[in-house]
Every structure is written in structure tokens, then in C-alpha cells.
Write a protein that binds this ligand. Structure first.
Ligand SMILES: C[S@@+](CC[C@H](N)C(=O)[O-])C[C@H]1O[C@@H](n2cnc3c(N)ncnc32)[C@H](O)[C@@H]1O
Length: 264
């Protein structure tokens, strides 16, 4: 087995992290992931473009947050490292910026740890974002981030893998309550709202494929996505379709809503 494959990895089930790596053109995925990803691409040929567009939003959001003076980031559901990682974007703008990556998937964490060797301002931790206390009380996270100062919390294409039964809104509120005033929250989240019926049908077929993976895909309404920002002041232009959020490049049309909020 390749050295980057941790022993805890489950090779029998596709992983949303490794499928996303495949969509982005990465090489940290297995046949089981590629097979599921290829079925999705048949239904929704725009998936790779959507994944790239999501990374583009993440880049824009991190740059925006750096412009607001945010120099420490908690990236929840951070994924397998790829081109333009959060610490690279942030440390390019603020060399002293600190980034704690959190993901539940062992390949994502192992590869992040390997990539971050020698970077004393970025860490990767294996934890479940549905358990805010475990994340917030993690010694590694607390050694790196100072929660008495503003933090940028990133939840990019991650909350749509948390079903309502796991209370994602309560989890986000718990992170919010732990943050200092001036902290920011950035979210991107898949949706089926406002798209033609045939696309809705395809979206539901894509959701059905994700039922076979390590996380369900839950596509929420704009209203439900906006509720994640309760207790934050949502910055201009609000919760909007992903390509409409402070665009700086031509991104694929993607039915995901995104936003950034500031804790007053
Ligand atoms: C589509 S990827 C997004 C990666 C990155 N945030 C981005 O936007 O490019 C979703 C990531 O969320 C992670 N994830 C899903 N559920 C999670 C959970 N409960 N706790 C932590 N990470 C989770 C997956 O393992 C995967 O790496």
C-alpha cells in the first residue's frame, strides 16, 4: 500500500473527501472513490467545475478575511490538500497567519500532516466537526489558535455532509459562542433551490450516490443555509449563489449558496 494510506482507512466505502480529491484532479483516491465519482459525473458532468468553483470561493473568502485582519483560521472539513490550501493563501498575505485544519477522514489528515511538516503555524487534526467541544478543546488546536482573539472559521462544502439529525445548526452556534467578537464564519453549501426541475432530479440522483459513501449529502434551502449565520452580521453581498460572492474569476455556475458573517 502507498505510504500515504493510513491503516485506519476504510477501503470498502467511497469517501466524500477522496471523491472530492478526484473531482479536483488529485491522486489521493482509490478505485472505490473513483467509481462512485464517475457515476456522479455521468449524472452531473459539471461536478469537477463545481469543485473548482468551490475552491475558488474558499480562496476569495480567505483573502477577504485576511483583509479584515483575520490571522488565525479554523478550517472544519478541510479535505485532502490541493492547489491553493488555506495556509498557503493566508500566509502569502499574512506570513504569521495560523491555520488549524480539521477533518474526520484519515487520508485527508495524514496527507495534511505530511504537507505541513516544517510549518510551525499550521496543523491538521483528526476530529468530527459535529463535536464542537472536542474540536475546541483539542490541545493541538488550542496551542495554535488564540480564541481570545478573532478567528476565521471556514466550513466550505462540509456542512452539507451533516444531516439534520446531527444538529448542524446547533454545532455552528456552539462554535460561534466560543469565538471572540470580530471573528468571522465563511460557509459554502450545496442546494437544490432555484434550479430547473430536471436539475433537481439529477441532484436527487447525486444525493442517492452519496448515500453509499461515508457521509450523506444534504442539499439545503437558502433559508436553512442562511440560518447558520444566526448571531453573525452577514457581510455584503449576503448569502448568494457561489459565483456571485465577490467574483474575481469566471467560475462555473454552481448551485451552492455561500456567505461570510462577522461576529459583532
Ligand atoms: C467536499 S470536501 C471539502 C473540502 C474543503 N473544505 C474545500 O472546500 O475544498 C468535504 C470534507 O468534509 C469532510 N467532512 C465531512 N463530514 C465531516 C465531519 N463530520 N467532521 C469533519 N470533517 C467532515 C470530508 O471528510 C471532506 O474532507
Amino acid at each position: 500500500m502507498d505510504p500515504w494510506v493510513p491503516s485506519s482507512v476504510d477501503l470498502s466505502r467511497p469517501s466524500v473527501a477522496r471523491m472530492y480529491d478526484y473531482f479536483l484532479g488529485g491522486s489521493h483516491n482509490f478505485a472505490v472513490d473513483r467509481d462512485a465519482a464517475k457515476v456522479i459525473e455521468k449524472i452531473y458532468p459539471g461536478m469537477a467545475g463545481a469543485a473548482r468553483a468551490n475552491r475558488s470561493f474558499l480562496r476569495r473568502a480567505v483573502r477577504y478575511l485576511c483583509g479584515q485582519g483575520i490571522d488565525q483560521f479554523l478550517d472544519l472539513g478541510s479535505g485532502i490538500p490541493t492547489v491553493g490550501n488555506v495556509h498557503e493563501i493566508a500566509q502569502n498575505i499574512i506570513p504569521t497567519a495560523r491555520v488549524a485544519y480539521v477533518d474526520v477522514e484519515p487520508v485527508a489528515v495524514a496527507h495534511s500532516v505530511a504537507l505541513l511538516a516544517g510549518n510551525d503555524r499550521a496543523i491538521a487534526v483528526q476530529a468530527d466537526l459535529r463535536d464542537p467541544d472536542a474540536v475546541l478543546n483539542s490541545p493541538a488546536v488550542n496551542n495554535l489558535l488564540d480564541f481570545s482573539r478573532p478567528v476565521g472559521v471556514l466550513l466550505a462544502a462540509a456542512l452539507h455532509f451533516v444531516p439534520d439529525t446531527d444538529n448542524p445548526h446547533t454545532a455552528v452556534a456552539r462554535y460561534r459562542d466560543a469565538l471572540a467578537p470580530g471573528s468571522h464564519l465563511a460557509i459554502s453549501h450545496g442546494s437544490l433551490e432555484g434550479i430547473p426541475q430536471d436539475s433537481v432530479t439529477n441532484g436527487e440522483r447525486v444525493q442517492a450516490i452519496y448515500q453509499r459513501t461515508d457521509a450523506q449529502l444534504v442539499l439545503r434551502t437558502k433559508g436553512d443555509i442562511t440560518r447558520f449565520f444566526d448571531g453573525f452580521d452577514i457581510v455584503t453581498p449576503g448569502v448568494v449563489l457561489l459565483p456571485e460572492w465577490r467574483p474575481d474569476s469566471d467560475d462555473a455556475y454552481i448551485t451552492a449558496y455561500v456567505g461570510v458573517g462577522r461576529k459583532p
